[in-house]
Design a protein around this ligand. Structure first.
Ligand SMILES: NC(=O)c1ccc[n+]([C@@H]2O[C@H](COP(=O)([O-])OP(=O)(O)OC[C@H]3O[C@@H](n4cnc5c(N)ncnc54)[C@H](OP(=O)(O)O)[C@@H]3O)[C@@H](O)[C@H]2O)c1
Length: 279
């Protein structure tokens, strides 16, 4: 996508303080892009200093911070265009559908869907100017809803759907929308999410434990096992950076062997068989 005469085009990566976002931001910066790296606080920004990386305080659920980002790009001192937006920020707290408090359902939808929508809406005019690209980091969980992952999966299914609709709406405007569906990636989120689920389970009543305790332990156990062989964040970041910048891209990529195996299976198997397989 970028030629040697076009170095230092602007790229925005959200949720760049850790994990996949950080690795993607660092990789793109080494490739010569100027990366505006979204972080939640300036303390996190300190770990992200480096050539071509500009940490920027960006909570994607905060309209004012989004407006400041738009202003920053519009007033770029070198008149560079925004070439790529990487919607990577995300949160998860996995717990049974019945027991996860509604406010926690809302928080996950708020960050994993509405925040991405809010930011994308505001950056679309800038991407129209550059005929740029949007990369949406969804998840295998955006295609396969595992037990204990209802809220997270709901947010990622919705993000997948919104991405497809958006791609079909803006293709004629010269903007491309690409979905990347990672399986397990060794990141902070992945490392802590099992502990968060177990801590949630600890707070459950004995009746609730009888209903859901074993399910949560199984979900956490299999996630831990999967993560041992999962992609590293730096490999995931390098792949995302490559997809973000190559000339011709598919509309959708899966990331990691587990994703590449699970997604076709989910497509082929009848739902009841998938239910059994996932149980
Ligand atoms: N790791 C996996 O196995 C895996 C698998 C499939 C999909 N994914 C997806 O990949 C993306 C990156 O996840 P990760 O594993 O790299 O997790 P991570 O290390 O926890 O990164 C998530 C990033 O999002 C930021 N964030 C949280 N709330 C935000 C908000 N309101 N506004 C802006 N940024 C916010 C976090 O900031 P703080 O750290 O400051 O809270 C962090 O930088 C997520 O969308 C996740 O759903 C991950």
């Amino acid at each position: 996508m970028m030629t040697s005469t076009q170095t230092k085009q602007l790229v925005v990566v959200t949720g760049a303080s850790s994990g996949i976002g950080k690795a993607t931001a660092i990789k793109l910066a080494t490739m010569g892009y100027h990366v505006i790296a979204g972080v939640l606080s300036m303390t996190e920004a300190e770990q992200l200093q480096g050539e071509n990386i500009e940490p920027f305080v960006l909570d994607i659920t905060d309209d004012q911070q989004i407006a400041l980002l738009v202003q920053r790009i519009r007033q770029d001192p070198d008149h560079r265009l925004l070439q790529v937006l990487i919607n990577n920020a995300g949160v998860e707290l996995n717990a049974p559908f019945e027991l996860l408090p509604l406010q926690e359902w809302r928080r996950q939808l708020d960050v994993n869907l509405f925040g991405q929508v809010a930011l994308t809406q505001q950056l679309l005019p800038l991407l129209r100017e550059s005929r740029g690209r949007i990369i949406n980091i969804t998840s295998v969980g955006g295609k396969v809803a595992l037990p204990n992952y209802a809220a997270y999966a709901a947010s990622k299914f919705a993000f997948e759907a919104a991405s497809d609709a958006l791609r079909r709406e803006v293709a004629r405007q010269g903007i491309d929308v690409v979905v990347i569906e990672p399986g397990g990636v060794q990141t902070e989120m992945a490392a802590y999410s099992g502990d968060l689920s177990l801590a949630f389970a600890e707070q459950m009543s004995s009746d609730q434990k009888a209903l859901y305790g074993a399910m949560i332990s199984k979900a956490v156990g299999s996630q831990t096992a999967f993560l041992k062989h999962a992609l590293s964040a730096s490999k995931a970041g390098a792949t995302i950076a490559k997809i973000a910048t190559k000339a011709r891209v598919k509309a959708r990529y899966s990331l990691g062997m587990d994703a590449k195996m699970t997604l076709p299976m989910a497509h082929l198997l009848p739902t009841r068989m998938m239910d059994l397989a996932l149980r």
